[in-house]
Design a protein around this ligand. Sequence first.
Ligand SMILES: C[S@@+](CC[C@H](N)C(=O)[O-])C[C@H]1O[C@@H](n2cnc3c(N)ncnc32)[C@H](O)[C@@H]1O
Length: 218
Amino acid sequence: MTRRSGRLTPELHDYIVAHGTGPDDLLRELAAETAERFGDSAGMQIGPEQGTFMTLLARVAGARDAVEVGTFTGYSSICLARGIRGRMLCCDVSEEWTSVARRYWERAGLSDRIELRLGPALETLRGLPGDTRFDLAFIDADKGGYVGYWEELVPRVRPGGVLLADNTLWSYEVADESRQDEAVRAIRAFNGHAARDARVELVILPIGDGLTMARRLE
Ligand SMILES: C[S@@+](CC[C@H](N)C(=O)[O-])C[C@H]1O[C@@H](n2cnc3c(N)ncnc32)[C@H](O)[C@@H]1O
């Protein structure tokens, strides 16, 4: 079972995917190419039901502009870009992985609405003009960086806008104190930080590897 399907059996995961919308042929091809070329790293990609959820959420929220921290080969960015009405900023450090994303953005007809910034995302976010605002933000990069990304992004998300953070159940091990590796500790620190943040209301959804969904308060 991959980490992104959490504790679901493969049969139940397949059932959920089969009884929801999408993914379309392009996303299937992207997932297949990522798996073939990048092996275990492909496990970093969000799953198909999470992608559908994020597209729907962006549409229901009526989101215009979005930002993503951690783009990899582009699966989540395509799901979000299809759901928003405006532009998307993608942040990543890997030229190799995002070159795949660029190719699929082109094929999806999204290239003119997505801007990629290569470099450490914290620097990218800190370098944005002071008045840059988003309706939706998705955090899915290095786990030790989550608190920093959150602190940069909460003020930049408009009141009523949405913040998402991926992997916040971390293989569903986050509540198991016998697990003490660096990543799970970073996720615990982030979850505590976000839960105490009075600027948002939030819930951790047991979808994929755990997805925190927060709404910026007025
Ligand atoms: C979990 S993957 C993102 C998966 C992607 N959201 C998807 O669904 O396909 C994490 C990505 O974060 C990027 N990353 C890691 N550290 C980073 C940093 N400091 N700044 C920007 N991106 C970073 C990695 O290069 C990798 O592509």
